[in-house]
Design a protein around this ligand. Structure first.
Ligand code: HEM
Ligand code: HEM
Length: 497
């Protein structure tokens, strides 16, 4: 192997860093807006009655969820792959004109796909399946983008110099395969333009409309097998890939246990796929499937905590770094939030607890301590680590990073605490009844009670968004700064690549 350090090519990584930040801002700004819409319903028509069709909560909600999941998070996954992949495989994208072309093509098709998603969701085209709202032409474009990413992953692996595959690469491969399988099965649909009227009047459908190939309970089962595993393969597995690379690199500490990382890997792969039933407790799904969903959810604590403890113990003996470095703080808090949401999730999956939690804001709280604390913080940390190395400039401001950390942490705490109180209050009020079995409260009573908590959640979201603006500014100033650094010197750490 050569001694000369490789000159890695970060063109595609930088392109995806840009979309991570832009789509992060868009998705979170919509999140803040819809959070305030729930607190102050008048906001649904704030841009005028004429535009209310586009600005009401229900039209904007999927734009929020899809922008943060498939915009912000998936861009972050691509950006980090095009950085981490080259380094751990010891091969530069510049060595293959073909892979470079594929990477750029993937980026531009992704941008076109995102534009199509935004326009079609705004126009009201939706399959109405959560996290799978896109109509079939967009699904096809997404499959092409995904296949191109696969070509990059396996192409780089094919020409690598490093024989062993670092654990992060395993997690990226699992992300690729997992999402491909889930997406294809859940989006099996028939465009209605293929349907013809029995009366012989020709086509009766619309080219932007389809029906699922599954029906009723089967459809729900496939949807939540997909929905839950989207959590696994978008919000968990690739984020673990990131932390296993960036935490050791940033701290100079080797991963606490490589064996534990492999054990948790196979544990997650096996257990996650059976837990989706916990979204359908007390539904028409057969009882044994619901029970299986609950049981596998509780077992899921083991591989989840295996990964989280491995991340935290990587800092063993070096805890002073947590106090000294805001970047390490982001990653340590990310793993802590991971532990937290993977304890909360299994608790919510226990049938008797789910009877209170389901349909309430406690679930929304669970979603956001995972996504804001774990996913958001880890992607932010990864981009902060990458910025000086890909732009070859010194980081603009460490104190701004520290301020961002505290502002966003406060935002998350406000978000999930308000949702916990709101959720449990809702759950209890919905169930309360008098001695004759009459409901003690009407639905509107619960809505009234929730108002202050919704306002508090909106404020927490606003703080998180403000912190994200600081992040965008800090990265922009780093990119355009004239303080050059020797990027390879920054990488001198015991971890090699
Ligand atoms: C500025 C921060 C954010 C705010 C204020 C916010 C706000 C919201 C609101 C109001 C909802 C709708 C809740 C409901 O229907 O009752 C929601 C749903 C959701 N958000 Fe966010 N969000 C933020 C950031 C994020 C991020 C960064 C992610 C992912 C990376 C995310 C993922 C989701 C998901 C998956 C849902 C659907 C939850 C469910 O169906 O239970 N959010 N968000
Ligand atoms: C051991 C791991 C986990 C388990 C067992 C688990 C369990 C659960 C349960 C029981 C629900 C509520 C289902 C319902 O009643 O509607 C839920 C919802 C959800 N969880 Fe988790 N969770 C885990 C980890 C996570 C993590 C780490 C994240 C994100 C980073 C996450 C994101 C979500 C989302 C987005 C939903 C809402 C889905 C929806 O209704 O739209 N979960 N989870």
């Amino acid at each position: 192997m050569e001694n000369r350090p490789l000159e890695y090519d970060y063109t595609v990584a930088k392109m995806f860093m840009l979309t991570t930040i832009i789509l992060g801002i868009v998705g979170m700004a919509i999140g803040v807006f819809i959070a305030f819409e729930l607190a102050f319903p008048g906001l649904n028509t704030v841009f005028g009655e004429g535009l209310a069709e586009y600005t009401n909560f229900s039209r904007l909600r999927p734009l929020h969820t899809d922008a943060v999941a498939f915009g912000f998070t998936v861009s972050g996954i691509f950006a980090t792959w095009f950085y981490v992949g080259q380094r751990v495989l010891k091969v530069s994208m510049a060595e293959s004109k073909f892979l470079m072309f594929i990477g750029k093509l993937q980026f531009w098709l992704y941008v076109i796909g995102v534009a199509a998603v935004v326009v079609s969701l705004f126009m009201g085209y939706t399959t109405s399946k959560e996290y799978a709202e896109f109509e079939w032409p967009i699904d096809i474009a997404i499959v092409v983008v995904w296949v191109l990413w696969g070509v990059s992953i396996f192409g780089l692996i094919g020409i690598r110099r490093e024989k062993s595959l670092y654990i992060s690469v395993w997690y990226y491969i699992a992300t690729f395969l997992g999402v491909a399988m889930l997406y294809l099965f859940n989006n099996m649909e028939v465009p209605t333009m293929l349907a013809t009227s029995p009366a012989g009047e020709g086509a009766i459908g619309d080219w932007m409309h389809s029906v699922s190939m599954y029906a009723g309970t089967n459809d729900a089962l496939v949807q939540w097998w997909y929905g839950h595993n989207a959590v696994a393969f978008v919000f968990t597995v690739p984020i673990i890939a990131m932390i296993y690379y960036f935490l050791p690199k940033e701290s100079g500490q080797a991963i606490y246990s490589y064996k534990l990382s492999l054990l948790s890997f196979w544990g997650l792969m096996f257990v996650y796929l059976w837990a989706g039933g916990h979204h359908l407790l007390f539904s028409t799904v057969p009882d044994w499937m619901q029970t299986m969903g609950s049981i596998f959810s509780v077992i899921l604590i083991l591989p989840s905590w295996g990964s989280a403890i491995n991340m935290l113990l990587t800092m063993k003996g070096e805890w002073q770094q947590v106090a000294a470095s805001p970047l390490i703080k982001f990653m340590v808090l990310a793993s802590t939030f991971y532990m937290f949401s993977t304890l909360e999730g299994p608790i919510q999956a226990i049938k008797s607890v789910n009877a209170i939690a389901h349909f309430t804001d406690w679930i929304v709280g669970h979603v956001h301590d995972g996504t804001l604390g774990w996913v958001g913080f880890m992607i932010i940390a990864a981009l902060y680590h990458m910025a000086p190395r890909v732009f070859k400039r010194e980081l603009y401001s460490k104190s701004l990073m520290a301020a961002q950390f505290w502002i966003q942490t406060l935002g998350i705490v406000l978000y999930f605490t308000s949702m916990w109180i709101a959720g449990i209050t809702q759950g209890m009020m919905w169930r309360a009844h008098d001695e004759f079995g009459n409901l003690a409260y009407s639905f509107i009573d619960t809505v009234d009670v929730l108002h202050p908590y919704y306002a508090l959640r909106g404020t927490g979201g606003l703080l998180y968004l403000a912190g994200f603006f600081i992040f965008a500014y800090n990265i922009y100033k780093t990119w355009t700064s004239n303080k050059e650094v020797d990027a390879e010197r920054l990488n001198a750490s015991p971890m090699g690549a």
